[in-house]
Design a protein around this ligand. Structure first.
Ligand code: SAH
Ligand code: F3S
Length: 457
């Protein structure tokens, strides 16, 4: 009977979430425990990402590293899941014949059965289908690890940006029923979770059903989750400008649990490029969302994703992106050089921007955003920030660390009993990757007085 499981995860938060679920199903079905040493594992799983070419290349080099493990111990089972598995299917086993299981993002709950098949027949298996929402019904109760947790609200993507593989690897948008999401959050809250990050490729496209068969949009879901006792901080990843309706902006006014931080990918500041990307919105529509949000949340931090050197991006297009960055004043963001993905419409477009130009643009963009993010960090010095204490500080175990609403790590000296609680901290220093602060005495969970007993220090 296999006992030890090793999971290597590449890619987005959705993949991190899926890997946790793989661990949960195999614990429930086979009593497997996670090890952090692949040499000791009976089952090795690789959760893959195909968003850019580099991510995809990593998969085969990782498999190359696992090959000798299988040669030494032929009983070891190797499985590949995630977006590369979904896209490559059988080809994957053709390229790496020692892979026993190929499974997709929507079939990870079938891992126990797939594993049994391999163990019984000693024959490779593959299941990369999209069986709608059955996955969630088959998953065991979530297990909290610390005060923060991710909960999937909607899977897949139906948007079809011309550069993106996600609609092909993860299938169409499918929302979980409202009560299922709420029940999962409540179960996590019962285990001490204080911060929930609702997940979806386009989480604000959420359109679930209530118990009496009515539709519930994303702002309804936020209200329900915010009402759960113990959940005092609410984030979501990733939202899309298309379904950023006024109702969602109004939720910011009425829901204090929603953080003063929003990740809203824009990709480009040029209308011409946005149209070629099939993003479904203009630069002005994006700015309008930001203006309305800042009317209700003047201090909100906005972060984004940018693609540099999309086919046909001229100097003028790029300057429009730089100008948009200046106008919005983005916080720490993600930016990538365009990577053609097989099967996407953009991969058929003429990619006429030289690599050296793309690299130069990326450098300029990143330097500008880093400067603005550093400015935001500096402006936080001498302010009081609410911090969710996550654990001991990485560099100094006499200190604690946690995060502010706008996602900055803060290190400060305090008693470890505060882990899992909200505290107020005065920020004293802004360093390049973190902040330092002083605990304000007696500030534990000050903002949230109606907490159940186990949550108060
Ligand atoms: N659902 C999210 C994004 C998912 S992919 C959204 O609505 O935008 C995460 C990021 O990867 C994207 O925002 C984009 O900036 C980047 N990305 C996706 N495909 C890419 C490609 N082919 N080349 C470069 N970057 C890409
Ligand atoms: Fe990809 Fe666009 Fe969907 S970036 S995940 S196709 S919204």
């Amino acid at each position: 009977m296999p006992r030890k499981l090793y999971i290597e995860t590449f890619g987005c938060q959705m993949n991190e979430y899926d890997s946790d679920k793989m661990r949960d199903v195999l614990k429930a079905s086979h009593g497997m425990e996670v090890t952090d040493d692949p040499e000791k594992a009976d089952v090795l799983l690789l959760n893959t990402c195909s968003i850019r070419e580099k991510a995809q290349e990593k998969v085969f080099s990782q498999l190359g590293r696992w090959r000798p493990i299988k040669a030494k111990r032929p009983g070891v089972v190797i499985g590949v899941g995630g977006c590369v598995a979904s896209q490559e299917g059988k080809n994957l086993q053709a390229r790496a014949s020692f892979v026993d299981i190929v499974f997709g993002p929507q079939t990870l709950h079938r891992l126990p059965g797939l594993l049994d098949d391999v163990l019984r027949d000693n024959h490779p298996v593959i299941d990369i289908s999209f069986p709608a929402i059955e996955k969630f019904d088959a998953l065991p109760e979530p297990r909290a690890e610390g005060p923060k947790a991710f909960v999937s609200a909607i899977e897949g993507c139906s948007k079809r940006c011309t550069f993106c593989v996600v609609p092909y690897t993860r299938g169409k948008e499918v929302s979980r029923p409202l009560n299922d999401v709420v029940a999962e959050v409540a179960a996590l809250a019962g285990q001490g979770v204080r911060e929930i990050n609702l997940l979806g490729q386009n989480v604000n496209a959420y359109r679930g059903t209530t118990a009496d068969g009515r539709h519930a949009d994303f702002s309804r879901l936020l209200q329900h989750v915010a009402a759960i006792e113990g959940i005092d901080r609410l984030r979501f990843t990733t939202s899309h400008p298309i379904q950023f309706y006024d109702r969602l902006i109004e939720a910011y006014a009425g829901t204090p649990q929603l953080v003063d931080y929003l990740h809203l990918p824009v990709q480009s500041g040029s209308d011409r490029i946005l149209a070629r990307m099939n993003r479904g919105h203009t630069r002005e529509r994006y700015l309008q969302i930001i203006r309305k949000l800042r009317d209700v949340r003047p201090h909100i931090s906005i972060s984004s994703d940018f693609i540099i050197g999309f086919p046909g991006e001229t100097d003028e297009d790029f300057e429009e992106t730089m100008a948009l960055i200046e106008t919005v004043g983005f916080d720490q963001s993600f930016s990538f050089i365009y990577s053609p993905r097989p099967g996407t419409p953009a991969s058929e477009m003429k990619d006429d921007v030289p690599l050296a130009v793309k690299k130069e643009r990326l450098k300029r963009l990143q330097a500008h955003i880093n400067k603005m993010a550093a400015y935001i960090s500096k402006s936080m010095v001498n302010t009081v920030q609410t911090v969710l204490v996550e654990g001991l500080s990485k560099k100094n175990s006499l200190q604690l660390c946690g995060r502010t609403e706008n996602n900055r790590v803060v290190n400060f000296t305090a008693h470890p009993k505060l882990i899992g609680h909200f505290v107020d901290v005065t920020i004293t220093d802004a360093l390049p990757n973190s902040l330092r602060g002083h605990l304000i005495d007696g500030s534990v969970d000050r903002l949230f007085e109606n907490l159940p007993k186990q949550h108060t220090a």
